[in-house]
Design a protein around this ligand. Structure first.
Ligand SMILES: NC(=O)c1ccc[n+]([C@@H]2O[C@H](COP(=O)([O-])OP(=O)(O)OC[C@H]3O[C@@H](n4cnc5c(N)ncnc54)[C@H](O)[C@@H]3O)[C@@H](O)[C@H]2O)c1
Length: 301
């Protein structure tokens, strides 16, 4: 059994990763400032962990706190998920995304180094790509982020790569997540929960709960079959499973390794809405809108 500290542990992927990691026999320490989560989500994660996890409320950009937390909890590995993740919002707040995502990652790494913990899983994103990468040659696929969010992820990846080159004690796994979707069967959104995501699937689910405006389809003239954007949706339990598998392998592979976490199967916005309508048994109102700035037409593993 090892101790795994999860930054952003109260978040969407983090709470599911807690469930999977504790089921695999790890003790988890969840660190989160709850800026995009809530106490009920923490309760769910802790109940899934069955006594094998605890929660510490803290901001990863508070360097002194991070040093103290990592020193006092002595994790064997850190899964670093805490970040701002809204590509669209990052266009309006690039400095804040740099502060939390890039500098926050540096603070976590510094605290780990001081505590002599050198095993890290870093949550990167498909947002480092402008188009679908070559599934078999991750490291040779061109990385051209189209938003400040994607740039913070790529910059952190580059910093981690340099760190490993300079200090061979580090074992780092970079996971470039595609679009996580779905939920653990016992996970339920609560009324206190902030909008953890602005992705299409969440928007479709919310549209069935209230009589709000129609769901906007952002771009119907993309150079794709059907004209809407195509994305790779990976179930959040599979994303959490990937984290757990990588944590188990961290001892075996020194250096910095990069993986794409997706299915390789693309689903267009039109296809997703049609599937949603057929499962929900109703037709969601939609309206055609303009494409979002920085939104690649197609991104699949
Ligand atoms: N969900 C996806 O589809 C997806 C896709 C690609 C990459 N990612 C990456 O995976 C990671 C987890 O994503 P998620 O979907 O679970 O997001 P999320 O927003 O649900 O979880 C992130 C958590 O980090 C916390 N947080 C934010 N800033 C913090 C800070 N300064 N200090 C402490 N905690 C802070 C939030 O409160 C939240 O609970 C992120 O790094 C994200 O960029 C997610």
């Amino acid at each position: 059994m090892s101790v795994v500290l999860i930054t952003g542990g109260a978040g969407y992927i983090g709470s599911h990763a807690t469930s999977v990691l504790t089921a695999a026999g790890h003790q988890c320490v969840l660190v989160d400032d709850l800026s995009n989560s809530c106490v009920d989500r923490v309760r769910w994660a802790l109940s899934e962990a069955k006594g094998n996890a605890r929660f510490i409320e803290a901001d990863i950009t508070d360097i002194a706190s991070m040093h103290e937390i990592i020193r006092s909890t002595s994790p064997d590995a850190v899964v670093h998920l805490a970040a701002l993740k809204n590509s669209r919002a990052s266009l309006d707040a690039p400095a804040e995304y740099d502060r939390v995502n890039t500098q926050g990652t540096a603070a976590v790494v510094s605290a780990m180094d001081h505590a002599n913990c050198h095993k890290l899983v870093f949550a990167s994103s498909a947002a480092v790509y402008a188009k679908s990468p070559n599934a078999l040659e991750v490291t040779r696929s061109p990385t051209v982020p189209t938003t400040p969010y994607g740039r913070t992820k790529l910059e952190s990846e580059n910093n981690l790569g340099q760190l490993v080159s300079a200090d061979h004690r580090w074992n780092i796994a970079v996971l470039r997540f595609f679009n996580a979707a779905g939920a653990h069967p016992t996970s339920r959104p609560t009324s206190h929960e902030p909008p953890v995501s602005h992705d299409l699937l969440s928007t479709l689910c919310k549209s069935t709960e209230s009589s709000g405006p129609p769901v906007e389809i952002m771009g119907t003239h993309h150079p794709t079959d059907g004209g809407t954007a195509i994305r790779d949706y990976v179930h959040v339990m599979d994303a959490a499973g990937a984290i757990s598998k990588v944590v188990a392998q961290l001892d075996l592979a020194s250096g910095c390794h990069i993986w794409n976490i997706g299915t390789g199967k693309g689903t267009s916005v039109f296809q997703l809405i049609a599937l949603f309508n057929s499962i929900a048994g109703r037709t969601v109102d939609t309206v055609q809108g303009r494409p979002r700035s920085g939104d690649p037409p197609q991104l699949c593993r």
